[in-house]
Design a protein around this ligand. Sequence first.
Ligand code: ATP
Length: 365
Amino acid sequence: MSGIQLRKINKYFDNNHILKDLDLFIEDGDFMTLLGPSGCGKTTTLRVITGLENPEEGVLTINGKEMVNGAKGYYAPPSKRGLNLVFQSYALWPHMTVFDNVAFGLSINKTPKAEIRAKVESALEKMRIIQYKDRYPSELSGGQQQRVAIARAIVTEPKILLLDEPLSNLDAKLRLEMRAELKRLHRELKTTIIYVTHDQVEALTMSTKIAVFFEGHLVQVDTPRNIYRHPVDLRVADFIGNPKINFIDADVAYLNGSLTAESELGTLVLPGASSGAGSGKAVLAVYPEDILISSEKTEGAAMLSIYSVMPAGSETLIQLTTRGDNLLLAKVIGELDYPVGKMVWVTIPQEKVNVYDKETGRLIP
Ligand code: ATP
């Protein structure tokens, strides 16, 4: 299979161990997002792939060709790796028009003039900024400049495009628009994209795969859907989802293929548990949108009181107080106006609950 393979990559800055035994495969055509909190090693991983940083240990191959071999001290120069990188600061040349900025990479490759014009115009059209081609960067908004930077990166038709927080300087509306553009671009160009962000919504909306990092460790690599539905540990569960996932302490016991979880929300029986599930202290994780609220008693429901109601346009966020005085957040579509203090019935569909070992933080299968 062709793609980018990282094997046992270790990178140190002075005595700090920054990337720890990193194993990652990015398949041709993937939109792979490196996701994680600030300082976890995402940008360093990108820089290792491009050759701007050299890892002390590990092997990197691109389409089977060895680019890095730490043990042999071999590092292919960035220019030999066939990659194209767009940084967070998009650094356009201020004295050049949009057209010339985008044409620059082609001009130095000695491409014929007519071909340059056709390719630049096509890239500007793809990014929907053709109307600004004669302007200078200072005459453009941040979002338009960002599009120029991306047009400059795609004009040379790179097989692999690396983007480091390219939308971080944009306002919420533009960011949403650009996410859609990038996703469309990925489909159209069939380029492999490696994208760095700490924004989980960005990762979930655009990627075909997400690699989640914590403190230099790669914790989970999977499709956005699987990362969202089955975070492998409590750190990932805590990081994914907006508003945040609820954590509820529970005692679990495994019996005949089912896991019984006793918590302040009552007894939940979760079928399909593996025999390794064991018994003991656990944490249940459930997204706010999976909590069902009713004024009427339903089978297996727990009675909780309304703590606060926060209308948010098309949805309503509701905080509930549990018997143990903990808060639970529910997200309900539509407008709902319960009075504070009202007692309501709350259920959680068992298929929407993930159970974690409280001690190790790992998902119980
Ligand atoms: P952010 O989202 O804040 O950019 P990140 O996940 O991309 O974070 P990195 O930039 O990869 O994180 O940095 C990982 C760690 O390595 C951080 O603790 C950072 O301080 C450290 N680091 C990065 N570059 C260097 C350097 N050139 N010299 C020393 N330490 C560095």
